[in-house]
Design a protein around this ligand. Structure first.
Ligand SMILES: NCc1[nH]cc(CCC(=O)O)c1CC(=O)O
Length: 317
């Protein structure tokens, strides 16, 4: 696409058009511009954005938010796609690679309510909005009395539905609210030990075609290695479990020196069985040791009764 220069002339970033996705793409654009690159955005609508009436867990399929962006990369209409890592499938299609993981924003889940300051203050039987099976399972473990109601849409839509009075409280990723300048809506952040975050929550990932060495070089300075290793371990748990938005699954790691401490939790989709929770720590210094730790957590989950989904045998292009 570009001339002999190793520095791409102008970089095009493919992004979803939700306010959060645009913020994230503009964030990457600003950093690349400050490094001397010319950068434009290509806004796109994905299948995940169009399905607003059903829980994603009922739609099925993986990568509902990324497929259209990958097509743009493949066709050369864009050079990179900026994603919330949480929404990126564990196995990318042939020909695509995660070229960069950036510094993580707060990975915790946030409690948002106009009436109550914390989960503990919610009265018996209060209505909490979330369509995430993970949040539902973890909330139900903390407070079996709560009535969990579906809540889809982008961050603004969810807040509007809360403000309209349909829910006593809702649970959202703190990262999304903070990026959109709405940190003041957060009444409390959950202790990760109680509301274990999703693999990759709060981190941005940048996807490119495997043959774009030039773009990978431009992105190298944006990478945050401790975050990248942490989310590699988290995503390994999810990959080994065949995780998707149809599985209540959480995986969260934090470094202490070179030691990565990991927690994972699994619930059955009907919410009948008690949650399975496991922990492990290991010295993690590269992708291999990060993957190995995540894989061992998935094995521990399964030994404790968690049931993996069928992992697709072949990678589809
Ligand atoms: N599934 C939608 C989604 N994807 C990423 C975020 C938040 C930002 C992040 O985790 O980086 C959200 C919204 C939410 O879960 O509240």
């Amino acid at each position: 696409m570009n001339s002999a220069s190793s520095k791409p002339a102008s970089i095009v970033i493919a992004t979803r058009e939700s306010q959060l996705a645009m913020w994230q793409a503009e964030h990457v654009q600003a950093i690349l511009r400050s490094r001397g690159h010319e950068v434009e955005l290509l806004g796109m609508t994905t299948k995940g954005d169009q399905i607003l009436d059903r829980a994603l867990s009922k739609v099925g399929g993986k990568g509902l938010f990324v497929k259209e962006l990958e097509v743009a990369l493949e066709e050369g209409r864009a050079d990179m796609a900026v994603h919330s890592l949480k929404d990126v499938p564990m196995e990318l299609p042939e020909g695509f690679v995660l070229a960069c993981v950036m510094t993580r924003e707060d990975p915790r889940d946030a409690f948002v309510s106009n009436k109550y300051a914390s989960l503990d203050e919610l009265p018996q039987g209060a209505v909490v909005g979330t369509s995430s099976l993970r949040r539902q399972a973890l909330l139900q473990a903390l407070r079996p009395d709560l009535k969990i109601e579906p809540l889809r849409g982008n961050v603004n839509t969810r807040l509007r539905k809360l403000d309209e009075g349909q829910y006593d409280a809702i649970v959202l990723a703190a990262a999304g609210l903070m990026r959109l300048g709405m940190a003041d809506r957060i009444r409390m952040k959950f202790d990760p030990a109680q509301m274990l975050p999703a693999a990759g929550q709060g981190a941005l990932g940048i996807e490119v075609c495997t043959n774009r060495q030039d773009i990978m070089e431009a992105l190298a300075p944006l990478a945050d290695m401790p975050t990248w290793l942490t989310v590699t371990a988290e995503r390994a748990v999810s990959r080994c479990m065949g995780g998707s938005c149809s599985m209540p699954l959480a995986a969260f790691g934090r470094f202490e020196g070179n030691t990565l401490h990991m927690d994972a939790a699994w619930g059955d989709i009907e919410g009948q069985k008690p949650l399975v929770r496991v922990q492990a720590s290991a010295t993690v210094t590269d992708f291999a040791t990060a993957n190995a730790l995540g894989e061992s957590l998935a094995a521990q989950l399964q030994a404790a009764g968690a049931i993996p989904a069928k992992v697709s045998a072949t990678k589809q292009a």
